[in-house]
Design a binder for this molecule. Structure first.
Ligand code: GLY
Ligand code: MN
Ligand code: MN
Length: 446
């Protein structure tokens, strides 16, 4: 088992081999690790590995480079890592490094060299290939670096050296692989959901009027880290009252008010994999009549979408189901007014359901993978077993919305679960965060 990951090295090795199978013959793929990012002066943000690099290596150090080589024949396939060399001075100050010997042994690379050996060892691997595959949008700086290596090879043209003629973006190949989760990945995603669900329950139990949003955020972070998910997968949203109507609210610096709702959108990261869960609950533990009405219709719409998930289903169809349901329900409450046939035809609920129904989830919270969207922005890609997505309907009625009765204003509700597509339907990975009105009120009463 590699440190910092719950996946065996063999799984990463298999991914590299699957990736090489998809590469054109006589090419080399160069995938760059992440860089440390300065927070201020000489302090850095916690390091977050480039997810494409991590997917193919499980290697968690900055600055490394993975070279995947595909020659003309199968026998010429190689996976080679370039990484920081062991350095006792640097390691005393900044932490241990894996080094080259342990990288080969523990991560199953064919070869590993230090970064100082790039000219000597990497350029010969690039030379003579027809193209270089890179993840183009990821690291502009790395692309410049690759171009400079090609320039170095071109300088040797008189000796017969041939530089590859093109840089080809291979992000899509990795993204497609990342979209389809293995059993081992699903298992980690189950675990990070359980940890994150427990964090939401802890937040419910510790919420009371007068506390600050960041104090509830601290409860989430405590529960994540104490259970192995040391960092949150994204900035936690802890939004009391009208703050819930700011979709990516992360200021988290206001006091909670008796009678308001609290929306929490937060998930931990475990072995690189994200959970993305939202719960909305009353600060005082008891939903008001209006809060109950909005909450229940959001929950019903979420259940409608989740229960329709199965292979070959699409986000476009789930959106249609949810939009029809929410439009009718908001009309029945008197929040949407007018001709119901027209309102349904116009997807009138979008006035209050102002974001998408869900997204892919995995190593990134908004994970990679094509949605096959058409010009109308409908997401037509058929689901397949092993895909994981969020389902997160919401209704947002800001205090400033004078078009509705005052009693509805300031209510913002989102409910978000993480769902895996299975052979026969779906598996809801979000199993332990209270969600029905009765369950939430019960958790908060204890
Ligand atoms: N946490 C961001 C989202 O739900 O998409
Ligand atoms: Mn989400
Ligand atoms: Mn979310």
């Amino acid at each position: 088992m590699i440190k910092n990951t719950l996946l065996p090295a063999a799984e990463f090795c298999q991914r590299r081999s699957d990736f090489i199978t998809k590469m054109p013959a006589n090419t080399i793929a160069l995938i760059s690790a992440g860089k440390e990012v300065t927070r201020s002066n000489d302090t850095e943000y916690p390091f977050c590995q480039s997810k494409n690099f991590y997917y193919l290596t499980g290697f968690n150090e900055p600055d490394a480079i993975l070279a995947l080589v595909k020659g003309e024949g199968v026998e010429a396939e190689q996976s080679v890592l370039f990484s920081r060399e062991k350095d006792s001075f640097q390691e005393v100050w900044h932490g241990r490094r894996v080094g080259q010997l342990a990288a080969v042994e523990n991560y199953q690379f064919d070869l590993c060299f230090s970064l100082a050996e790039v000219s000597e060892q990497l350029l010969p691997l690039i030379e003579g290939k027809s193209s270089v595959l890179i993840c183009q949008q990821e690291h502009g700086v790395f692309e410049q670096q690759v171009l400079s290596w090609l320039a170095e090879i071109r300088k040797l043209a008189r000796t017969g050296a041939k530089a590859p003629k093109s840089l080809v973006d291979c992000s899509e190949i990795i993204h497609e692989m990342r979209l389809h989760k293995s059993d081992a990945e699903l298992d980690i995603m189950r675990q990070v959901n359980v940890i994150s669900g427990a964090a939401h329950q802890r937040a419910m139990q510790r919420t009371s009027a007068g506390k600050f949003e960041y104090q509830i955020e601290a409860e989430l972070l405590y529960e994540f880290a104490s259970n192995g998910a040391r960092y949150p997968a994204y900035g936690s949203i802890v939004a009391g009252g009208d703050n819930a109507n700011i979709l990516h609210y992360t200021d988290n610096d206001e006091a909670l008010i008796n009678g308001d709702l609290l929306l929490i959108d937060a998930g931990g990261e475990l072995a690189g994999y994200a959970a993305d869960i939202t719960r909305t609950f009353p600060v005082n533990g008891q939903f008001s009549v209006e809060q109950k009405a909005i909450y229940q219709l959001v929950l019903d719409s979420q259940n409608l979408a989740i229960s329709a998930i199965k292979p070959k289903q699409t986000f476009a169809e789930l959106n249609r189901l949810v939009c029809n349901f929410l439009t009718q329900a908001l009309y029945d409450l008197g929040i949407l007014k007018g001709d119901i046939t027209l309102l349904l035809a116009q997807n009138a609920c979008k006035k209050y359901f102002i974001h998408g129904l869900g997204h892919w989830l995995g190593l990134d919270v908004h994970d990679v993978g094509d949605y096959h969207s058409n010009q109308q922005r409908e997401q037509l890609r058929p689901f397949a077993p092993g895909m994981v997505m969020t389902i997160e309907p919401g209704i947002y009625i800001p205090l400033s919305d004078k078009s509705v009765d005052e009693k509805w204003r300031g209510i913002g509700v989102r409910i978000e679960d993480n769902i895996a597509v299975t052979e026969s339907g779906f598996e809801n990975l979000t199993v332990n965060a209270a969600k029905t009105i009765a369950d939430i009120e019960k958790v908060m009463a204890n």
